[in-house]
Design a protein around this ligand. Structure first.
Ligand code: 5RP
Length: 236
């Protein structure tokens, strides 16, 4: 799949998601290239007057910067107990609507915000669909810098192959918005995602991992059909 087609699918799915936001809603603003389009389209709808009185709860520094750029008022989790809707991307989606997230190292805040929403809407292009989680993407694990060595050993003992995520256009490791590090962990097979999510989070020094089990309500999938971008919904 070419980069152009992927961009068209991301834009189509982002537009469909932004169109589901209604005036007065508090919306979780996800992180990544797809949600960047969502935030842009929400800004367009606010500017045109089609939408009013919405507020965003950002999941990252990136989402905060984009929301400010596109004129979306922001709230924090000190201001609201729950959200009407959260819109976020994913790196993998399985047939049970379970996800791997964290390609942008934002999965810790994303899990907090996305799980507080009445509806969590996931926006992906069709390249993200997999039969089994872990088949194309490692599980990102946010780790306290102080604990990287013991957590690495514990993840290896679970059968994982952890690698410290390194920066692009920045020497050294990726540092998260919380000041932590990320281990990307490839597993030969993830037989039980729910169990693995809990087991990894039980390792002392782990802040959060990118397995999102039983959190997503609706998946919107951008596809190219007969050369045209279109959007399919999975909600059952
Ligand atoms: C960030 C994420 C992203 O939502 C995920 O990586 C998908 O990103 P993109 O929309 O750029 O493909 O989990 O931590």
């Amino acid at each position: 799949m070419g980069e152009d087609a992927i961009k068209q699918m991301k834009q189509a799915v982002a537009k469909a998601a932004a169109d589901r936001v209604q005036s007065g809603m508090v919306v979780g603003l996800g992180t990544g290239s797809t949600t960047a389009f969502v935030i842009q389209f929400l800004g367009d709808r606010l500017r045109s007057g089609e939408l009013s009185n919405i507020a965003g709860v950002p999941t990252s520094f990136q989402a905060t910067v984009l929301a400010k750029k596109y004129g979306i008022p922001l709230l924090t989790l000190d201001d609201v107990e729950k959200l009407d809707l959260a819109i976020d991307g994913a790196d993998e989606v399985d047939p049970a609507k379970n996800l791997i997230k964290g390609g942008g190292a934002a999965h810790t805040r994303e899990k907090v915000v996305d799980s507080l929403a009445d509806q969590f809407l996931v926006v992906v292009d069709s390249s993200k669909l997999v039969q089994k989680l872990g088949s194309t993407f490692p599980v990102p694990v946010e780790v306290l810098p102080f604990a990287v060595a013991p957590v690495t050993r514990a993840l290896k003992a679970l059968g994982g192959h952890p690698e410290l995520r390194m920066g692009v256009k920045k020497d050294g490791p990726v540092v998260t918005d919380q000041g932590n590090l990320v281990l990307d962990v490839k597993f030969d097979e993830i037989a039980n995602p729910a169990e693995l999510e809990k087991t990894i989070n039980n390792i002392p020094g782990v802040i959060e991992n990118g397995l999102f089990v039983n959190v997503a309500d609706v998946i919107l999938i951008g596809e190219i059909v007969d050369g045209q971008p279109c959007v399919r919904e999975v909600s059952a």
